[in-house]
Design a protein. Structure first.
Length: 398
């Protein structure tokens, strides 16, 4: 591996902590070490910091302070949303609608519920990864209790029609959850304008620490007046409104909030900058590498996401060769990249298994420079050329 100039282009997997976030984290560890549930002054100092954190997070998505619940990760938030709603509302119905390209943190809980008396509809997507909102509405029954559609896909970057989905859910009195782990901090989100009832997010995707997440839960105007409509999955102390036990990670939350605040302030300029770099990569790869095509929607996609399939070679080989040149990218999602199975997302949009295996995901971030992109664009074509000469898949070329 070339360690002298490592170009990190895997920001969708995780992000390095921003120096300003690290500073907040370090200060918070020293200042807010008390248990926020304790009555003494150090505990109340931590509790006050927690209230301020909720207020800031809520303001960034146009929510109420008491609708913000902190968790350990986006995965926990997703599981709590899916399982919690299902268990609490089974007397109202047993039908959940989701999509065929969700993260495993949604897919696996739904599969568990399906084995335990719930009916799950996995909506198909088109070649760009978009669901059909008319098909969504046609799928709703009198037993439907939850719709869960991700805001933006973690592999191909496609942004779903969230506003339309939220409107449909509201009109049919159905709870709407969105996994916004990849979207929060990258594109504007207003939970009221979009009619979102539940929203999951994670700190480490936006230059915050690992081990901190968030679940927004709308508590006002709940469908059919159901009140608290999520059942806890863990039991212990009375933390986070009795929703999840465990001593609250106040320093981690403080760092998460700082990361969100920075993302909000930098968002307009970052969207422009990253979109330009993204489009440069897409144009260069599809124009200069034969049998290379874009996965996901050409415009309705995250500003930092590029996913391409390069035919007749394996994605893993490209990842390893690029790493040798000091460039970090991924093939498929980071959570399943060690699996030999092709990406379920790429199969869902209609790719052949061999083309799914030849995918590269290049994701950009705050510290990505144009010089780094130029370096990547210089190194990839010869790697592709060399691997194709060695690949048995070349015989399939027409």
């Amino acid at each position: 591996m070339n360690e002298s100039k490592y170009v990190y282009l895997d920001y969708a997997a995780t992000t390095p902590m921003d120096p300003q976030v690290i500073e907040v984290y370090k200060n918070s560890i020293n200042e807010y070490y008390g248990n926020s549930s304790s009555l003494h002054s150090m505990g109340q100092k931590a509790a006050k910091s927690l209230v301020e954190s909720r207020e800031l997070v809520a303001s960034l998505i146009n929510a109420e302070r008491n609708d913000i619940f902190f968790t350990s990760s986006g995965t926990e938030s997703d599981n709590l949303a899916i399982m919690g709603v299902a268990l609490k509302n089974r007397r109202h119905g047993n039908h959940i609608i989701t999509s065929s390209i969700e993260h495993h943190a949604i897919e696996k809980p739904c599969e568990y519920l399906e084995k335990n008396g719930f009916e799950i509809t996995f909506l198909p997507v088109d070649k760009y990864g978009l669901i059909d909102t008319k098909q969504l509405e046609d799928t709703i029954t009198d037993k439907t209790i939850l719709i869960s559609i991700m805001f933006a896909n973690n592999e191909i970057g496609t942004i779903e029609p969230i506003k339309e989905i939220g409107t449909i859910a509201k009109e049919h009195n159905i709870i709407f959850h969105t996994d916004a782990v990849q979207a929060l901090g990258k594109i504007p989100i207003d939970v009221n304008k979009l009619n979102i009832d539940l929203l999951s997010a994670s700190a480490h995707k936006i230059y915050g620490p690992k081990g901190v997440g968030m679940l927004y839960i709308r508590n006002k105007g709940i469908r059919e007046g159901r009140g608290k409509y999520i059942q806890p999955l863990m039991y212990g102390g009375g933390h986070e409104g009795d929703l999840r036990p465990s001593t609250v990670n106040v320093p981690g939350i403080s760092a998460f909030v700082k990361a969100l605040d920075l993302a909000k302030k930098e968002m307009p300029e970052e969207i422009k900058r990253l979109t330009a770099l993204r489009d440069k990569i897409i144009h260069n790869l599809t124009e200069n590498i034969d049998h290379c095509f874009l996965n996901g929607h050409p415009t309705k996609r995250l500003p930092n996401n590029v996913n391409v399939s390069i035919q007749y070679i394996e994605g893993e080989s490209m990842v390893l060769d690029l790493d040798f040149e000091g460039i970090g990218v991924s093939t498929g999602s980071a959570c399943s990249s060690k699996s030999l199975e092709p990406s379920h997302v790429l199969l869902a949009i209609g790719l052949k298994p061999q083309d799914a295996h030849g995918s590269l995901r290049i994701t950009l971030g705050r510290f990505t420079t144009e010089e780094e992109i130029n370096y990547f664009l210089e190194k990839l074509p010869p790697i592709v050329q060399r691997l194709r000469k060695l690949s048995p898949l070349k015989e399939e070329k027409s």
